[in-house]
Design a protein around this ligand. Structure first.
Ligand code: ADP
Ligand code: ZN
Length: 223
């Protein structure tokens, strides 16, 4: 299964990617997670990316394209992946197509999740992330000591700098300007579907699976 999950910040890409990863035993390639890990470990990539991320801007294309190329170099990832957070610009999408051509990879689909902007701001304001294992939570579902401590590993939960309302507003502008145009790019490829991300997690997952199983039996559409 080779899928791109597409959509604005806070739409639920990470959550759906995790569910799909379990379902298909795929490799979850989240550029946000990879970058945050690099920042945490102060690698050259992390040092370069940090200021862009904190400000809610995109990390430069050449850095991101190199990172993805590295990820797709493993056989396991090449065979089955859920791409979450890449591509985010037309230049990244074109570079990805070139990489797929070179590596003989056929994409199964691009799923675009849609959500109201007010809901994005609300979700990200309520999103908490574990400093240790990176798991994400919503204040909507936490109480007592769960509000500060990760259920998975006991690590500390924090509110991401770039999830604060002012930065989220900027990230949404960046999305509209740089990322949203990609929809047309992928719509033309015929493997594109838009899914309502306002629905609850289980329902969105089911809609994605329905689409996958409906399309799996059909031959790939030639590029
Ligand atoms: P979210 O899950 O809220 O959509 P991510 O965790 O995917 O956000 O990304 C966090 C930040 O990492 C982005 O705001 C951006 O600075 C950087 N980033 C992630 N993916 C990319 C990409 N493909 N191109 C450029 N920057 C990226
Ligand atoms: Zn944790």
């Amino acid at each position: 299964m080779r899928i791109i999950l597409f959509g604005p910040p806070g739409v639920g890409k990470g959550t759906q990617a995790k569910l799909l990863t379990e379902e298909f035993d795929s490799v979850h390639i989240s550029t946000g997670d990879l970058l945050r890990e690099a920042v945490k470990n102060r690698t050259p990539l992390g040092v370069k990316a940090k200021s862009y991320m904190d400000a809610g801007n995109l990390v430069p294309d050449d850095v991101m394209i190199g990172l993805i190329e590295e990820m797709l170099n493993s056989d396991r990832a090449r065979n089955s992946f859920i791409l979450d957070g890449f591509p985010r610009t037309v230049a990244q999408a074109k570079a990805l197509d070139d990489m797929f051509d070179r590596m003989g990879i056929k994409l199964d689909g691009v799923m675009s999740l849609r959500v109201d902007h007010e809901e994005v701001v609300r979700r990200l304001n309520n999103r908490r992330m574990c400093r240790t294992c990176g798991r994400i939570y919503s204040l909507d579902h936490l109480k007592g000591k769960e509000l500060t401590q990760c259920r998975n590993c006991g690590g500390e939960l924090y509110h991401r700098e770039d999830d604060m309302p002012d930065t989220v507003k900027h990230r949404l502008e960046v999305y509209l300007k740089q990322t949203k145009p990609l929809k047309d790019f992928y719509r033309q490829s015929g493997r594109f579907i838009q899914i309502d991300g306002m629905q609850e997690i289980g329902y969105v997952h089911k809609m994605i699976l329905d689409w996958i199983y409906r399309n799996r039996t059909q031959p790939h559409i030639a590029d």
